[in-house]
Write a protein that binds this ligand. Sequence first.
Ligand code: NAP
Length: 279
Amino acid sequence: MSGPKACVIGWPIEHSRSPLIHGHWLKTLGIEGSYDKQAVRPEDLAGFVIGMADAGLVGCNVTVPHKEAIMPLLDELTADARDIGAVNTVWRDAGKWIGGNTDMTGFLANLDAGAPGWDAGQDRTAVVLGAGGAARAVVAGLIAREFPRIVIANRTPERASALAQSFRGRGSGIETCGFDDLSGHLRDAVILVNATSLGMAGSDRLRIDLSRLPAGAVVNDLVYVPLETELLAHARARGLATVDGLGMLLHQAVPGFARWFGVTPSVDAQLRAHVLASL
Ligand code: NAP
């Protein structure tokens, strides 16, 4: 196969769905190029980066456990990657390896597509469950959309405080709380995002009372296995707008593909069905 070559690296890497997404785009757009999985052990990461150009790669996606470790090995980082503290996409620009993070773009594009106008209005409160890597991308996205108030609820309070602290002075007021203190905050929320792994197949259940959410609120779950989580089912039963997590996975892949293969692909029903079939 000739044409540009990209891949996803991780350890292990078998679980990655990125080859399904990029492979679908390469095929349907008729682009000559390839996208593979490459298992890279942590101790081999630096060698992999040094050898990327010789291997003929135009870039790669980066997944667990390399998202933070790769940062000092690259020539430049985008502002999003620095904000989120992790790299998930690497591309070449003017002879330099650039590390970016497309989770924030994916999060925003998914909501824009699934609940247009979700971020409209003045007096907006967003409630985010979780304070891990995904929550960082979500908070960065909410700040980019100028939410005046963001509430982060997390099991480990120190992690929520550290996340709030790292975005201090960026224009949004960020508060933190425990799950037990959520209900008062939910009353004001225009959006609730689950960025914990609760509700994911094999994880604990997410138990949260949605009765306090206003009728116009949007509920977004980043978990996409199962696609309809208990949180989304409860929100739907209450008549609230819901957005599932699969769209974020698909939308976060768009910028990398565009950089590597020179065409901006679209996230459509065909791609969704293709990836859904693998879940
Ligand atoms: P992470 O960094 O490991 O963070 C996990 C989060 O879940 C933390 O806030 C953690 O709380 C919380 N948590 C885990 N188990 C819990 C429990 N039993 N009770 C209460 N809280 C618990 O993981 P991540 O990378 O942020 O990913 C979080 C979820 O988002 C995963 O399900 C992942 O698949 C999903 N995700 C989806 C997309 C997408 O494209 N849709 C992208 C990224 C991530 P503590 O801080 O207290 O441990």
